[in-house]
Design a protein around this ligand. Structure first.
Ligand SMILES: [Zn+2]
Length: 83
């Protein structure tokens, strides 16, 4: 699920990951949705963070979890690319 914030009225429209936002309009004001999801990068960073934390915890307890979380977040961001 991705969220697309309407550039006109600010309403958040949710689409499935495989749905093309250019094919949809804002449910509230009918303005075409922006092509970039609002929570795209955040989602992958969070996923990476959780994965990294789990990995780090298995290695070095709480400290490992923190380091793993940071690394995982970076990896999640990188994998999505800039912008
Ligand atoms: Zn709108």
């Amino acid at each position: 699920m991705k969220q697309y914030k309407c550039t006109n009225c600010g309403a958040v429209n949710e689409l499935q990951d495989n749905q093309d936002p250019t094919q949809y309009a804002c449910y509230s004001c009918n303005t075409p949705l922006p092509q970039k999801s609002d929570n795209d990068g955040e989602t992958s960073a969070v996923v990476g963070m959780i994965g990294g934390a789990a990995l780090g915890a298995s290695i070095g307890g709480p400290v490992g979890a923190i380091i793993g979380g940071i690394l995982g977040g970076l990896i999640g961001k990188e994998s999505k690319g800039v912008g």
